[in-house]
Design a protein. Structure first.
Length: 156
């Protein structure tokens, strides 16, 4: 093979690889959009925004009672339970932080995200919180885009 043919072949291969990487990055960005919307809704005390990031039917496992929600009202039911728990605990200034995802796996219309998470709050004038937790999401690509089909929170 002549050197100019080799250079051209290498250029084509690198271009194709770059295209694949760019598509993977853009699909990961799209998958993370509802996850970030969910987190933003919590941080903005706008749980309707969080609930809107969910698929029409979802499943949730969390450390707040009753610990499991599923079906068409799962996200809204969780949000009501979360608000009640925050109020009962006397928490204010809640800030949820999602770390850099450890995994973002996209396979067609399904995605799986695993990320470290933590939160802080004020309670009776003191700062409290939880760090080192893991938040795992399953997402589905629907007509309206990516939506959260399920998630689980695991304390550290």
């Amino acid at each position: 093979m002549r050197s100019s043919s080799f250079v051209m072949l290498a250029f084509v291969a690198i271009s194709l690889l770059g295209s694949v990487v760019a598509r993977a990055g853009s699909s990961q960005t799209a998958v993370m959009a509802p996850v970030r919307q969910f987190v933003d809704g919590i941080n903005q005390n706008d749980l309707a925004k969080s609930v809107a990031a969910c698929a029409p039917t979802a499943a949730i496992i969390d450390d707040i009672p009753p610990h499991e929600w599923q079906g068409p009202t799962a996200c809204a039911d969780w949000a009501r339970g979360f608000q009640a728990g925050v109020k009962q605990a006397g928490w204010t200034d809640l800030v949820l932080m999602l770390g850099t995802p450890r995994h973002i796996d996209v396979d067609g219309d399904s995605a799986y995200v695993v990320a470290p998470a933590s939160f802080t709050y004020r309670q009776n004038g003191k700062t409290g919180g939880e760090s080192g937790s893991i938040w795992t999401f399953a997402l589905r690509k629907l007509g309206a885009g990516w939506r959260i089909a399920g998630w689980s929170w695991a304390k550290h």
